[in-house]
Ligand binder design. Structure first.
Ligand code: FES
Length: 111
């Protein structure tokens, strides 16, 4: 189990959820009604799933792949600790993970 804390774009706390280990953070975010579009549903063809990870938690994540880095390069509102939520898998090692929505987070797909 991994506890995930979601924060709004302005940094205020939104919701905290428990996720089973091995879930994509994108799926956890959708289940928690977070405004992440994730247009390509994780096939690395968009960057609409990016989140800003808490700095301490960022250091605990496995490094981003070159493909993920390339997509983050073209995303809007990227910060030093931005990552793609479709590429982060929950695990006990990530207990408690805090992420913030980027300023332009929208979910046009109505998830
Ligand atoms: S959902 Fe498209 S890259 Fe993550």
């Amino acid at each position: 189990m991994t506890r995930v804390r979601f924060h709004k774009a302005d940094g205020t706390f939104d919701v905290e959820v428990d996720a089973a280990a091995g879930q994509r953070l994108l799926d956890v975010a959708w289940a928690a009604n977070q405004p992440l579009e994730g247009a390509c549903e994780g096939v690395m063809a968009c960057s609409t799933c990016h989140v800003i990870v808490d700095a301490d938690d960022f250091a605990r994540l496995p490094p981003a792949s070159e493909e993920e880095e390339d997509l983050l390069d073209i995303a809007a509102h990227v910060r030093r600790t931005s990552r793609l939520a479709c590429q982060i898998m929950t695990s006990e090692a990530l207990e408690t993970l805090s992420v913030r929505m980027p300023p332009a987070a929208r979910n046009w797909m109505g998830r």
